[in-house]
Design a binder for this molecule. Structure first.
Ligand SMILES: Nc1ncnc2c1ncn2[C@@H]1O[C@H](COP(=O)(O)OP(=O)(O)OP(=O)(O)O)[C@@H](O)[C@H]1O
Length: 494
């Protein structure tokens, strides 16, 4: 990541240039030469798969931000560099009251930092949980603000791909801001500058998003469309009104079955208008969903559920009262403002933990936040992320990219072995011993499903059949279906 923070174009709001290959993208939020000690670190707002978000006050100015701290080791190990770059570039160029703002970035040897607009009201998810379910007026308010922001996002040619109540944050005044652009996808209609290759459909066959909000066409490996976000909006509106998402079950596998079967049930809490709106957003055909027609969002906004909403001034509507949690100061997990830096290793299973889980972990002493002192010279601490080569690159040929990668167990009759399974866009299925970093041989690729196919035994167990052998795997992250779909999609590309 090559960034010239000193380039300043007066009057344009542009404060620097992001260089990627031969392309230069003007950027507004500069990469600063800050260090973590420049901030008072306060409440932990949440943890993501490879990040934590902490309230941080800049000591010098008193300005308060949501500091998103991302673990470089994890980003490189899981091949997320391009994802993080795209999120940063996209956030930088958006300007809408319904989308969280990026103010600056900086980095040290361990982490990348994004200084984001703080959303003190927490997640919409917490509001739903605390109130059990939201009234139709409250739902209308939040849905209108989400639609306003989605219309802007789609108008720029971007698909969010992870719309859900956890990624819809609230300001202290109770207004919605869409956050977490880690799954964002640029379409061919893109109207902002993005790094080269971001349009390549490398991940078309991967299951991005959160299981309960994934639309059926994504489970069927179709490329993403704006319709993905409209399906997720339908699920979110359902969840606001009833307290739970429409497709829920004990495992991801069972949730997917319900989505595919469109097993949608409405209880008495739904008015006819709400039912009709949700039904039309959860249309199995993405091109039929409200908001996807030739007049774009107009039909969606005209739906009777939104009667009375003045779309031109949607952000001026009075927000519902926030139901605030009973966070005590002790739970606030305040951290000392000493010259500490943070050892932010990835959280256990990579899943997101809520503030409460995290605060409990801190009380239990099991938090993965450990104060430490980085004694390395400053120049080392501002090394660019591009200098951190992914350890898997050596197993790839020039120009070959990873489509999917998982750590799992290869099950033999009596034993099992840890293995890193990688599938590339070549396509090639590579097995690597993750501790010795030695290639354990490829699984012979074939475009013919009679010669290579995947059988799903359970969400965690799957077998890859080739003409020569059968290899059995256990993926504790339950990505068996994802592996099956990915292999099948790559076979279809032939
Ligand atoms: N600007 C913000 N203000 C307040 N809280 C925030 C902000 N951004 C994120 N959070 C909180 O931090 C949590 C983690 O956010 P983060 O973006 O790091 O993870 P994520 O990308 O949502 O997770 P994952 O990578 O697993 O999808 C969010 O769910 C949210 O509760």
């Amino acid at each position: 990541m090559d960034f010239d923070a000193r380039t300043n174009t007066p009057g344009s709001g542009i404060t620097g240039v992001y260089r990627t290959g031969t392309i230069s993208i003007p950027i507004r939020a500069p990469q600063e030469l800050f260090v973590i000690e420049d901030f008072y670190l306060r409440k932990v707002y949440g943890t993501g798969t490879y990040s934590k978000v902490i309230e941080a006050e800049k000591k010098e100015t008193g300005s308060v931000y949501a500091l998103k701290i991302m673990d470089k080791r994890y980003i490189t190990k899981e091949n997320k560099i391009s994802t993080v770059k795209l999120e940063r570039i996209v956030l930088d160029q958006m300007s809408h009251p319904g989308i969280v703002k990026l103010f600056f970035t900086f980095q040290d040897s361990r982490s990348l930092y994004m200084g984001l607009e703080l959303c003190e009201g927490g997640e919409l998810y917490d509001q739903i949980k605390r109130k059990v379910r939201l009234s139709e007026d409250e739902t209308r308010f939040y849905a209108s603000e989400i639609i306003d922001a989605l219309e802007y996002l789609h108008g720029l040619g971007l698909i969010h791909r992870d719309i859900k109540p956890e990624n819809l944050l609230l300001t202290k005044n109770g207004h919605i801001k869409i956050a977490d652009f880690g799954s964002v996808k640029a379409t061919k209609e893109i109207k902002i500058s993005i790094p080269p290759n971001s349009l390549e459909n490398k991940k078309a066959c991967s299951l991005d998003g959160t299981s309960a909000y994934i639309p059926p066409e994504v489970l069927n490996s179709f490329p993403p469309t704006y319709g993905n976000d409209l399906w997720a909006l339908g699920c979110t509106i359902y969840q606001m009104l009833s307290g739970t998402p429409p497709f829920k079950d004990e495992s991801e596998w069972l949730i997917f079955q319900r989505i595919m079967a469109r097993d949608l049930n409405f209880t008495d809490v739904f008015s006819n208008q709400a039912k009709d709106l949700i039904d039309k957003l959860l249309d199995p055909d993405p091109s039929n969903r409200l908001g996807m027609g030739h007049d774009g969002y107009a039909t969606l906004k005209r739906h009777p559920f939104f009667n009375g909403v003045i779309w031109e001034n949607v952000r001026d509507m009075p927000a519902p009262n926030l139901s605030l949690g009973s966070c005590t100061k002790e739970e606030d997990c305040r951290v000392q403002e000493s010259s500490s830096t943070w050892n932010h290793t990835k959280t256990g299973n990579g899943s997101k933990s809520s503030n409460h889980q995290h605060q409990k972990a801190i009380q239990d002493g099991t938090s993965d936040f450990v104060a430490s002192t980085d004694t390395r010279p400053y120049m080392f601490r501002i090394a660019s992320i591009d200098s951190f080569d992914s350890k898997w690159q050596e197993f790839l040929e020039d120009g070959e990219s990873i489509v999917m990668i998982s750590k799992m167990k290869k099950i033999n009759k009596l034993t099992s072995k840890k293995i890193q399974l990688i599938i590339t866009d070549k396509p090639k299925i590579i097995r690597i011993d993750p501790s010795k970093l030695i290639a354990k041989g490829d699984i012979v690729w074939s475009y013919n499903p009679n010669e290579l196919n995947v059988q799903l035994i359970s969400p965690t167990h799957f077998k890859i059949f080739t003409t020569k052998k059968v290899v059995s795997f256990e993926d504790v992250k339950k990505r068996g279906l994802q592996w099956k779909k990915t292999i099948e999609e790559l076979q279809r590309r032939c």
